[in-house]
Design a protein around this ligand. Sequence first.
Ligand code: GUN
Ligand code: ZN
Length: 434
Amino acid sequence: MSATLLRGRTLSFRDMPGSHDDHASYLYEEDGAVAIKDGIIAASGSYDEVRAQFADAEVVDHRPHLVLPGFIDTHLHFPQAQVIGSFGTKLLDWLNTYTFVEEQKFADPEHCERMATHFFDNLLRNGTTTAVAYCSVHKASAEAFFSEAERRKLRMIGGKVMMDRNAPDALCDTPQSAYDDSKDLIERWHGKGRALYAISPRFAITSTPTQLEMAQALTAEYPECYMQTHLSENQAEIDLTLDLYQSARDYLDVYEMYGLLGDKSLFGHCLHLGGRERAAMAETGSVAVFCPTSNLFLGSGLFDEDGLRGHGVRTAIATDIGGGTSYSMLKTLDEAYKVLQLKNQVLNPLKSFCMMTLGNARALQLEDKIGTLEAGSEADLVVLDSHATPAMALRMETVRSLAEELFVLQTMADDRAIAGVYTAGRACHPELRS
Ligand code: GUN
Ligand code: ZN
């Protein structure tokens, strides 16, 4: 198969930018190109250089748009597409009033399939090409998630939630069935095509100690899988957790007692951690996942990015649909900027764009596969139009640098700015497929 060449203003990060003018941290080509062959990036660089290597290639001209690696979302809930924007509650009431009601519908495989189609359409429409998803407790929900991702050749990570208490009976598995179903799903899907599995005890409140032992057994048996759960999101949640696990020193210790910390462990939220918890996260390489739109929507708290990183904790960023309110990683970074303003921390736009690409790829230890435009990476790409709306076009008249342009995109753009999406080298935007 001959190569395809995408021409545009290419941007890819080499490292997390320290400041606005950390030009060494990224590669930007005003007239750049990405050559794609068999779903893989064969070369990237200046158009002239890449063109010289691939003289026969078909050229798709995306100028004057930006071409970046596809966005990566490290925490969201597949069964919550119809929970987004549910009014008036905080975490535990929100779960009981809305989420646990909606998730029961995923007992029906047809509902799972319909929702999977919408779920991936919405991700791609927003330029997100890899996501780490919680499915519902039902095995059928994970089957639908992975089958639809496979059909579209997407690099997706997911897992069925394990939950055996403090939820409606219809949403509870048992320690043994959670183990058996998760094991079956891992055997069936982990490493199949582009799929990867995340062992997913929902959170301490909805798992008995026996079920966390089962999660521990799975992580020991399948160390190549991810582990994802929720941690320290809301004060009422923390109080109930410590009541349920009275021997735990703190919330993180519940997971620590069951061997669930590690460099493939993703902990959603991490808003109210104490010093011991931060130190243990740092020591084990565990990842704290910042979910700004969710944290604001549920009134949960403000993420301490600088404090966590200062303690050596690895961090990532995510939408947390449907506590989160937008599938857009651009909107997510917009809200992250505002959260950090309230913490007197400044999120520079170069860092924002690195976070949703290379930064999240590193958090998942997938930077050799996704998150950059390096040759050898999988060809998952997003094309961004900085003039997508009249208000953006007007604002762009005064923009003088790449960092300023990225900040306008982050602050003003949404799915309307996604001018193209490629996964495994194929155009796959639900409306813009060529
Ligand atoms: N904690 C346990 N489950 C959930 C969930 O579905 N969403 C959020 N935001 N927090 C949780
Ligand atoms: Zn979540």
